[in-house]
Design a protein around this ligand. Structure first.
Ligand code: ARG
Ligand code: ZN
Length: 873
């Protein structure tokens, strides 16, 4: 089935030892307006048992010089005509995925018929069949360049058109959906077992926002009246057995609709909003106009089957895709270099939405942890790129944490610099000025700058790769009663880019009185030069300084704190994020700089009991020890996974042991109660799972029993899975019975079985044999990205296993296998290996050899582009 398998077999061992050719880069500076725009598109998609036929009629106008260019990939051209006249094969040329027609009139109607094969489309881009046997559906994914796999089209985001879509299929697929409004449906005249539906989308949209679905689904329906009085029908489509897991998502959708009206003045603009759940999907979800398509993992949720973390993520993703309707769809990107324009802004919006649905400190902690673990390491390695890249080979490789998360951090700095009123004034101007257009990052900044022109300086944040390091120290003059803080910034020079310039870095700062712990001054310091001195007047005694509060800029901070100052801040900081932040600084110093752990252990012991009562979720985070991967991102040479693992485990053990007395009381303080979905109840569940793991680590008497009872008596998946994870990680007696029980209970539920795979693949003691056994399990499926990730991505959480010869064979073997079948997924898996060159020998050489071997066998431009960068390190 997978063609990638055969690719391995036919490799010629005598092939010369030169890296394969990486296709050509395209550059932002080469941007040109398209020669034609498209006024209307009429699509007719007929799905048959082993292929589909796509007819299209495009009404086009010339708007610039040049040939008429259409893109097409894996589509077979059957007919082509202009203004009713068929073109012979001399009338156009086809190469490199482009169909070019010269000497065309300024106004024209282009008609095409093509054949595609969704049934064999394993790349999950364009129109593809998901599922197997009698349980199949057809679904599209067009962002960024998937529409060209459906038909030839000027498939670029700056071509906006009005789409009318007719879908036709067997009645075995009763659900026929496309963007916009349903205008007609019926039975096909001479084929009574087939039916059709016609949809019309009145908005002008780029082809990447096109979507269609041919399936057999149930629907959950609800209604929403917008602030403008529009009655909107909300529909969530899923398989019949999953429909009861759609309520969380439906509520989140309504919450998001209100939220965008209140916070940005944006109301929904169509009469219908549809969401469709599909189990085979490369990413989380897709914001197609009026017809979002979601990975089941990002839309289905029920207490019995979904952990709190995933359920909270469902709400965030629903909000994210909904918010795209304005930031992405109504105002879209001029070209794919501007991807952060819609993604950075929309992530910032969904983070703000989430912060309104739990403690804002915890939200910030989770967002920053994610940024540090993934984006900082990306920025520190060979895949570093600006938030707005200047070149790429394959745009799919740029759906990165830099574009999404660092992009969101830039918007956050803009919002904080402007303050709430001016930021709102700026975004109002953005929507007013650019509604219905395809624009650039400069346009965004220029709209925001009506509120305050100084923010145009932030453009360099979009242009320059690398994480700035901010260093600082303070001087107190008791005579003058002044405190001066000297801050400087430095960004590494990334090869291929200009020497880095100083960036505007907002550093939120507070001074705390040493004797009382009270705040004596608060200021936003804007560091704009290489080095700057900031002076605070009338400071009557030397204070403790808290910097970068709430993580006011995406930078690394080096400040000359004493460990005692950090312990002081853990006690007195009022910003919850910074309280967590100081524990992380202390842990980093212990693990990476050999500081003695006593101050940290004491500070945690002093803080935990009260915090567990006041904010259990924050208390759970307080015990965080950065992941092996995050720690590794700070190591640039001779990274030894086993020594990091030892040190992490050693510190974890010390925390567990030094608080051993507290775990029993804490665990009992958090009894299992009926399920409730509130921040407080979620906090209690999170803390209980952390305490359980700590108790098992400290070998507290009876902790084995707690885990077993928690599993047996669980009221929801957070409790059951938390217990299962503890049983697995601590190899508690009988663990295999629990794993078997979990499998039996949930074997019909793919998303839960993903958890079952991942808990084993990421287990503390996992071996490569265990991983191989999971890959050979009857339920493992290379065609379902969620399942692939549940084993292959889970492996990356155990670097001591990943960075062995067998571990890398499994990992690179997976990439090779997916290279042809699903290059988007293959390349994303590969990107995680980017920092191989920091490993200690002999692992470094081994990793190099495995990646070079992969390079000789890879064929997709996705994987080749990533390998090219990764191996250049
Ligand atoms: N625009 C989508 C989102 O972030 C992501 C889709 C990306 N798809 C892809 N194949 N790269 O909401
Ligand atoms: Zn998005």
């Amino acid at each position: 089935m997978s063609t990638a398998q055969t690719a391995t077999a036919i490799i010629d061992p005598n092939m010369p030892d030169v890296p394969p050719h990486v296709p050509k880069k395209i550059y932002l500076k080469d941007y040109k307006k398209p020669s034609y725009d498209v006024e209307t598109v009429d699509l007719d998609i007929k799905v048959f048992d082993d292929h589909a036929l796509v007819d299209s009629t495009l009404v086009m106008h010339r708007q610039a010089e040049g040939d008429l260019v259409l893109y097409g990939e894996d589509v077979e051209l059957l007919e082509i005509s202009i203004n009713g006249e068929a073109l012979s094969s001399e009338g156009y040329s086809q190469s490199d995925g482009k169909l070019t027609i010269s000497d065309t009139p300024d106004q024209l109607t282009l008609q095409l018929q093509v054949r595609i094969c969704p049934q064999t489309n394993t790349a999950l881009e364009g129109l593809y069949m998901a599922g197997t046997g009698s349980d199949t559906m057809f679904v599209s994914q067009c962002e960024p360049e998937g529409f060209r796999k459906i038909t030839f089209y000027p498939d670029r985001p700056d071509v906006l058109a009005v789409f009318t879509t007719r879908l036709e299929a067997s009645k075995r697929y009763p659900t026929l959906l496309a963007n916009g409004n349903l205008i007609e449906q019926g039975v096909v005249a001479d084929a009574p077992d087939r039916h059709y539906a016609i949809w019309h989308d009145p908005t002008h949209k780029p082809s990447y926002l096109f979507a269609c679905v041919v399936a057999d689904l149930d629907v959950l329906t609800d209604y929403y009246t917008t602030s403008e009085g529009r009655e909107v029908t909300l529909e969530l489509y899923a398989k019949a057995e999953d429909i009861d897991k759609c309520h969380v998502g439906m509520q989140a959708l309504k919450d998001a609709m209100v939220w965008d009206e209140v916070n940005y003045g944006r109301a929904y603009d169509l009469d219908r909003y549809m969401i469709v759940a599909v189990s085979q999907f490369n990413m989380g979800a897709m914001e197609n106009k009026g017809l979002n398509i979601f990975n089941t993992a990002c839309v289905l949720s029920s207490p019995e089957t979904t952990t709190d973390i995933r359920s909270f993520n469902v709400k965030a993703v629903i909000a994210h895709e909904y918010f795209h309707n304005w930031t992405g769809n109504r105002i879209t990107c001029r070209d794919w270099f501007q991807l952060c324009l819609k993604e950075g802004l929309t992530v910032y919006r969904d983070q703000s939405f989430s912060a309104d649905h739990q403690s804002s400190a915890v939200q910030r902690i989770d967002d920053v942890s994610m940024l540090r673990a993934h984006q900082f390491s990306e920025d520190a390695g060979p895949l570093a790129h600006p938030v707005r890249p200047e070149s790429f080979v394959e745009i799919n490789n740029f759906y990165t944490t830099t574009i999404y998360e660092k992009g969101a951090e830039i918007v956050r700095m803009l919002a904080n610099t402007l303050g709430p009123e001016k930021f709102r004034q700026g975004t109002d101007e953005y929507f007013r000025r650019y509604d219905g257009q395809a624009v650039t990052v400069e346009d965004f900044l220029s709209a925001l700058s009506v509120a305050d022109s100084k923010i145009e300086r932030f453009i360099d944040w979009y242009r320059q790769p690398g994480t700035p390091v901010v260093s600082g120290h303070q001087h107190y003059d008791s005579q003058a009663q002044t405190l001066t803080i000297t801050l400087s910034q430095q960004t590494r020079h990334v090869a291929g880019f200009d020497a880095p310039k100083p960036l505007p870095i907002p550093v939120a700062t507070a001074l705390f009185a040493k004797d009382t712990g009270a705040i004596v001054a608060e200021r936003m310091l804007l560091l704009e030069e290489d080095e700057q001195v900031f002076t605070f007047e009338n400071v009557t005694s030397e204070p403790i300084v808290s910097l970068l509060r709430d993580f006011s800029a995406p930078v690394q901070l080096n400040y000359d704190y004493h460990d005692e100052d950090l312990a002081f801040l853990l006690k007195y900081e009022t910003n919850g994020f910074n309280r967590w932040q100081v524990t992380q600084l202390l842990v980093n110093r212990i693990l990476l700089k050999g500081h003695h752990p006593s101050i940290y252990l004491q500070a945690v012991a002093d803080t935990l009991p009260q915090l567990a009562v006041d904010d259990p979720m924050l208390a759970a985070r307080l015990l965080d020890i950065p992941s092996a991967r995050e720690l590794a991102s700070a190591i640039h040479k001779d990274y030894d996974p086993s020594s990091i693992k030892q040190q992490r485990e050693g510190l974890y053990q010390q925390v567990a042991d030094s608080l051993a007395e507290q775990w029993t009381a804490l665990y009992q303080q958090l009894p299992i109660q009926g399920y409730e979905d509130s921040p407080k109840a979620r906090g209690a569940r999170a803390l209980r799972n952390v305490v359980l793991d700590m108790a098992l680590t400290a070998q507290v008497e009876g902790a084995d029993k707690w885990a077993q009872q928690q599993y047996d008596n669980a009221s929801c998946m957070t409790e059951r899975f938390g217990a299962l994870k503890a049983l697995v990680d601590h190899q508690v007696a009988g663990v295999n019975d629990y794993l078997a029980d979990f499998y039996e209970r949930f074997k019909a539920d793919e998303l839960v079985i993903d958890l079952w795979f991942s808990v084993q693949a990421s287990a503390e003691q996992v071996s490569t044999d265990d991983i191989t056994a999971l890959l050979e399990h009857a339920d493992f499926d290379w065609n379902t990205p969620n399942r692939v990730r549940s084993v292959i991505s889970a492996l990356t959480s155990q670097p001591t296993v990943l960075w062995t010869s067998e571990g890398l064979d499994i990992y690179t073997g997976a990439i090779q296998r997916l290279d042809e079948a699903n290059p988007v997924l293959a390349s994303r898996l590969l990107q995680v290996l980017a920092r191989w060159y920091t490993l200690v020998e002999p692992q470094r050489q081994m990793a190099h050899d495995k990646l070079s071997a992969l390079q000789k066998q890879a064929s997709s431009k996705h994987v080749l582009e990533s390998l090219d960068s990764v191996l250049a390190a």
